[in-house]
Design a protein around this ligand. Sequence first.
Ligand SMILES: Nc1ncnc2c1ncn2[C@@H]1O[C@H](COP(=O)(O)OP(=O)(O)OP(=O)(O)O)[C@@H](O)[C@H]1O
Ligand SMILES: [Mg+2]
Length: 391
Amino acid sequence: MVVPERGDIFSMTPTTPLRSAGSRPTDAPAVPVLVVSDDEMLLAALLRLAAAADVTPVVARDPITALRTWSRAPVVLVGADLAPALADVAPGSRPRTFVVAHGRAPDELFRTTLRLGAEQVVELPGSDGWLVEQLADLTERLPGRARVIGVIGGTGGAGATTLACALGQWAARGAPAAVIDCDPQGPGLDRILGVERNEGFRWDALCQTSGRLSARALREALPRQGELGVLSWYVDGRVQTLQAFAAREALSAARRGHGVVVVDLPRSPDPLVDEIAARCDDLLVVTLASVVGVAGAARMRARFADHAGAAVVLRGEAFGAEEVQRAVRLPVRVQMRDQRGLDEAIDLGLGPLRSSRGPLARAVARILGDDAPDGAPGGDLAATDARGLAA
Ligand SMILES: Nc1ncnc2c1ncn2[C@@H]1O[C@H](COP(=O)(O)OP(=O)(O)OP(=O)(O)O)[C@@H](O)[C@H]1O
Ligand SMILES: [Mg+2]
């Protein structure tokens, strides 16, 4: 890692544009964390911890340089070496400012911390883990993190897994994307996407890890179809249950390392599934246009009543979007006809989205805000108006 020279400020430029859902993600937040220190040992430790949290900080090696980003940085880590000099220039108190010391902090440092208006003194290496957590949690809340889309069926066989894979395939056309298979009883997303023979992490490997998972480590370890990473289960009878720690870490690391993350959720009642759904920006309830389908979707609406991003994806034409919207009391994001040739595409290892044409492609393009896919004629059921109703 490059440590800057004295007086340098080392960062992505402050004008770096925020990443949109379709652009290539970086492992660094759009607004960097500020580290103020000229202590080589401390800098090396802090940069290592920042890397574990997928953060690329700005380093200021003197108080005056630090003032340039002092009020804009989401978190400031002040080395014990420069804390007194920084307090002398009275930069003004600000939230999420920590004074960091190697080993036991002397009493004098606590007085300096008060003078600086910092929140607390952090002693390394004892508080390494805590600091990584703080930095990683922070980056998840920054703009530019992945859009996370949860997909769940209103009834069995509605097409949730198919839609999740298709969304991942479409999103991966422009930037790294990931699909996360949270249904141990499902067919395996790796199989649907034709990467079941590829080396790489499955859930059981993740369930054996502990500690913070870096975004890069996860991205590089997942089996891939092009830019699409697939976190799935081995379909060979090994014990398979979703584990809370692994699920939280995987989702968090995937979100930091990809542009779009799609999560295939099982319908089974499970508080962990509810928690994962709550972490999703969008929650798509895939619903067949039938009485049974609508009844199932209404049950899902009741289950996820508080979810601000819940919407229906309607498959079939027997009911109109408006009727379903009224009955389920959720917006219909998109309505689509059945896609022909799905089984064949999956058998060929191509995944459900074989081309950028057809009802499924138009539906996922619409969901991802990428209208009018290549050559898509208007008038398909996937084309909906601003309220999400079928055109
Ligand atoms: N858009 C679609 N057009 C045509 N057929 C589809 C579509 N989506 C899914 N199917 C078919 O419906 C069946 C079930 O699909 P899928 O496994 O995606 O549903 P699911 O909701 O995930 O089911 P489960 O309840 O088992 O998790 C498959 O045979 C699939 O080929
Ligand atoms: Mg499924």
